[in-house]
Design a binder for this molecule. Structure first.
Ligand code: ATP
Length: 456
């Protein structure tokens, strides 16, 4: 694979890999994460720095023959070329033999091997214990089936206790994916709302054409590359997706509490927990609690593409199939959809400011707060210093009057949070805020998109 010149972020991941490399000792690393999140790209980048062997398992009957060929090429071994490895024992024995010096071997899409060759992991375990662990190999197993990979990490797996490191590659944050294209911040928020922090989608986004035209081409027409993406991703991991579909659809429509979801998705309460657990493990759903604590959380779709798709695409599939353009219909609700998306972006923004020491105090916790119909978009706390920052987030241009109204209401709501005796600061984040400077002079914190721009 040829690396495009632009490589964005992933510093912590690269550092993790390099540290393991520098140990010089045998390392068995598990690297995993959602499809299209950039695992292969990261590993290719790492390999371009340290040199090593990249083996991609394909869904084929001839994985071992293919790997033999790759090994024969890499080590320029004519004997191996003539006599391909016959089983996984021979494969690991060969790697052990070659690992007297530091040798990095990446096996990508490892789930395909484990599916076709059930003995793969236990043979690896045996060879790890008897020989590989005493060599200088750095073996990286990479996979995109999150449920499978978490199984590999679990106590029941043959590799339990052997692995020397594991890393789940997560989506990128807004301020990272933003670097893909020179978009206005407003457009970047819209793209983030649809594609989240998944690099592959951003790489496919064309900044030279209009946002909605991009969606038509990538998502909103039959046969488009991501037209059926969530269905495809779920089907890869799960046998029967229908119940998961109902649950995701219910959450996307705004049924967030456990009981509401059961009702909306028409699923018995006593089996809903299991399904939600699986969706959480795969990273498509998360449970959120008020920042000040609470036993009962609300559920949200944590993958923006899923949130967008289940809200806007799935219910319009028959229109799209018939070739209708659904953009105008989606436009009507899209701004409202972006509300929570912008809250998430604002949260990441505050985290960046916090890291840079640009807030009145360092917070150690941030999240939403709600109780009995009242809610505050972002509450950042330092419990030891008893300091709190309370922030409302609005995806719109605010007049000074509106901003004042919001801040006043925030002061009222702050009384309900239970922060008596705490030092409190109040703030607002919006697309734009009229009278920003006056409000700041009065001690409020005010950020708009122009301030975001300064951070980047
Ligand atoms: N750090 C990055 N910087 C710039 N572009 C990236 C980065 N990571 C990923 N990409 C883009 O996203 C694409 C998909 O990444 P990659 O193939 O590594 O994903 P993956 O997690 O291996 O996916 P899959 O599991 O579906 O194979 C890359 O081809 C590249 O265009």
């Amino acid at each position: 694979m040829i690396l495009a010149s632009k490589f964005i972020d992933r510093e912590r991941e690269l550092e993790f890999l390099k540290e393991k490399y520098d140990s010089g000792a045998a390392e068995l690393i598990i690297l995993y994460g959602r499809r299209r999140v950039g695992k292969t790209y990261l590993l290719q980048r790492f390999l371009s720095e340290v040199n090593g062997l990249y083996l991609l398992a394909e869904e084929s009957e001839t994985i071992l023959e293919d790997f033999s060929e790759r090994l024969a090429d890499y080590f320029d071994d004519p004997v191996l070329r003539e006599n391909p490895l016959r089983n996984w024992r021979a494969f690991f024995a060969y790697l052990a033999e070659k690992s007297r010096k530091r040798l990095v071997v990446v096996i990508d899409e490892v789930q395909y091997i484990a599916k076709a060759h059930r003995e793969f992991l236990s043979v690896l375990q045996k060879y790890w214990d008897t020989s590989l662990s005493g060599t200088k190999i750095m073996l990286i197993l990479c996979g995109s089936l999150v449920s499978f990979m978490e199984g590999v990490l679990s106590a029941k797996s043959p590799l339990y206790g052997r692995r020397t490191g594991a890393w789940k590659v997560e989506e990128m944050g807004f301020f990272s994916v933003r670097k893909f294209h020179p978009l206005s911040l407003e457009d970047a928020v819209r793209v983030y709302g649809v594609f989240g922090g998944v690099p592959q989608y951003w790489a496919d986004y064309n900044p030279n054409i209009d946002f909605w035209e991009n969606l038509r081409r990538l998502l909103l027409s039959k046969g488009a590359k991501y037209y059926d993406e969530p269905k495809y991703l779920l089907r890869e991991e799960l046998r029967d997706v229908s119940r998961y579909f109902s649950i995701l659809r219910a959450i996307a429509l705004g049924y967030n509490r456990f009981g509401q979801i059961a009702e909306g998705a028409r699923i018995e309460k006593n089996s809903l927990g299991k399904y939600l657990g699986v969706l959480q493990e795969m990273g498509y759903v998360r449970e959120e609690f008020p920042v000040t604590g609470g036993r009962r959380g609300i559920y949200r779709i944590s993958d923006n593409l899923f949130a967008f798709w289940f809200r806007f695409v799935y219910p319009r599939k028959s229109e799209i199939e018939m070739g209708f353009d659904v953009v105008d219909e989606i436009k009507e609700e899209f701004n409202q959809y972006l509300g929570p998306v912008f809250e998430e972006v604002a949260k990441q923004f505050l985290i960046e400011l916090n890291r840079a020491g640009q807030l009145p105090f360092k917070f150690t916790k941030i999240g939403r707060w709600w109780r009995r119909g009242e809610e505050i978009d972002l509450v950042a706390l330092n419990e030891r210093e008893r300091k709190a920052l309370l922030v409302e987030v609005k995806w719109k241009e605010l007049s000074e009057r509106e901003a004042r109204g919001i801040l006043k209401d925030l002061e009222r709501k702050a009384e309900l949070v239970g922060l008596e005796g705490w030092e409190k600061s109040y703030g607002v984040v919006a697309k734009g805020v009229e009278g920003k400077e006056e409000l700041k002079e009065e001690g409020f914190l005010v950020w708009d998109l122009a301030e975001f721009e300064r951070l980047i």
